[in-house]
Design a binder for this molecule. Sequence first.
Ligand SMILES: N[C@@H](CCC(=O)N[C@@H](CS)C(=O)NCC(=O)O)C(=O)O
Length: 287
Amino acid sequence: MSAALAESRGVPVLWQLQISHYVEKVRWALDYKRIPHIRRTLLPGLHVVKAKRLTGDTSTVPVLTIDGRSIGDSTRIIAAIDERWPQPQLYPEDPAQRRRALELEEFFDEELGPHIRRAFYHELLPHPELVVPLFTHGQPAVTRDALRAGFPMLRVAMRRRLEISDESAAHSRAKMVAALDRLEREISASGYLVGDSFTVADLTAAALFYGVARPPEFPYPMVAVDDLPDSWREFHGSLAQRPGGQWVAQMYRRHRGQSAELTPAEAPVASRARTQTRPDPTATTSR
Ligand SMILES: N[C@@H](CCC(=O)N[C@@H](CS)C(=O)NCC(=O)O)C(=O)O
């Protein structure tokens, strides 16, 4: 189904990069609440332009288009979908627990998200043969070739944008360890971070740490462990073995559930709609 048609029928449209951990946070919320939606995968770099054009005020993904409104920022998106689809709950009812869950969401968003990304790309950007397939999974060969050709420029831009250097990456690794330390301190006897059930706090911590636990339930390809640069494999392996890393894998096993993405088979008018909709050069595929 085209994004325009889906939107006109009240189906939420998730604008995404497949490997983005902030996108994974929103995908998980949509899937957990069984909200049928479609996904539009954008090309890295162009996603900034598309996000800004959609939202007017945000140049990052995820963006969710819903009821004629495009919302940026994973925290705001989850708040919006929780208001519209309250069940199953992601926010605790008890006000004190709710505040705590939101505080933990904020902590992992700010203190983990940017750091795991910087540390990861510091290791991976020297390897276009590993990164380009991640960025172009599901795309036509011509898109893959174009991205491969433009990769040196994209790499420079990403290093600048994500402020990647040897020093900043080392600092970000330390921040990842600190975030895992905090996660381990926060896991209660119930096995959850707040109260005795799965909340937005658990979802956020687990989604943003997916790159450490590498759970099989993650819905898109990852770089094979054996292909990872040695120092990253050793580092993330040491975190994955810790109780916090194992907790992430357990959250995925217990709660990641089935995808609620609408497939082309569930949207039989897809091909007709596609021919009726103006092509969007920044959106590359529906999956
Ligand atoms: N606080 C935002 C962060 C989202 C974010 O940083 N997304 C990245 C992809 S992982 C992005 O689109 N970055 C584009 C840029 O910074 O130019 C959220 O929670 O959604």
